[in-house]
Design a protein around this ligand. Structure first.
Ligand code: AP5
Length: 217
């Protein structure tokens, strides 16, 4: 596959993280989730984590400067030299412009695919309210759609499964509002670019993967 960055765009809960793991495995590119990076900083109690914690728990967005800083740092690492799979980034037009500037700095590694995953709000709320995440390895489950073999335990590593604080109903509603005002304008930003594809996010995870992978071959 030609070198390049892959963006998974879409509202909270459409399945970006679930699909990003498969796309990363299938392309060999590293999976970069700004949400996971921020949660790791919160768990480690770093300065960045302290700045981000309350913002994330409220469902608002962390400031663009901080996000562009962590992404720039991550892209400078050796494993990112052929491109990465972005999950949850960019999230604002300012971040998208920042990414374009970073891409110009790294000649030859452009944005090759933008998968915009689309799903209705009712299903999004069902998916987020039932999500459980392994606190050790980050594997994603759903109490109904993708249940673990042993209740509350990760199939892969045996870690404890937790509900994210921002997966409470009132925070989910706020995140959807923030998506509409701050992130949805990215669809207009990217729609006319080569590599932009709108993906139906309904059906099970394998069905969605089958709509994405043909574009990567
Ligand atoms: P982040 O962690 O990025 O959360 P998000 O974008 O809100 O997305 P989610 O992780 O909630 O959902 P997803 O689309 O990945 O769905 P998933 O695959 O898990 O961000 C969290 C916070 O961090 C933000 O609110 C913000 O504060 C901050 N932040 C992060 N990045 C930022 C940035 N760039 N700028 C500013 N702030 C930033 O699936 C959801 C559930 O559905 C799971 O249970 C899964 O098992 C299930 N599922 C998935 N696919 C299917 C399917 N096809 N069928 C049935 N179930 C499915």
């Amino acid at each position: 596959m030609q070198p390049g960055h892959i963006i998974l765009l879409g509202a909270p809960g459409v399945g970006k993280g679930t699909q990003a793991k498969v796309v990363a495995a299938s392309t060999g590119l590293p999976h970069i989730s700004t949400g996971d990076m921020l949660r790791a900083s919160v768990a480690a109690g770093t300065e960045m984590g302290k700045r981000a914690k309350a913002v994330m728990e409220s469902g608002a967005l962390v400031d663009d400067e901080l996000i562009l800083g962590i992404v720039s740092e991550r892209l400078s690492q050796d494993d990112a030299k052929n491109g990465v799979v972005f999950d949850g980034f960019p999230r604002t037009v300012v971040q998208a412009q920042g990414l374009d500037a970073l891409v110009v700095e790294r000649r030859g590694v452009g944005i090759t695919h933008i998968f915009h995953i689309v799903l209705d709000d009712e299903e999004i709320v069902t998916r987020l309210a039932g999500r459980r995440v392994c606190e050790d390895c980050g594997a994603i489950y759903h109490v109904q759609y993708q249940p673990p073999r042993v209740d509350g335990r990760c199939d892969r590593c045996g870690g404890v499964l937790r509900q994210r604080k921002d997966d409470q109903p009132e925070v989910i509603r706020h995140r959807l509002t923030v998506y509409r005002t701050e992130t949805a304008p990215l669809v207009a930003y990217y729609r006319s670019r080569p590599g932009y594809v709108e993906v139906d996010g309904s059906g099970d995870a394998a069905a969605v993967t089958n709509r994405i992978l043909p574009f990567l071959r």
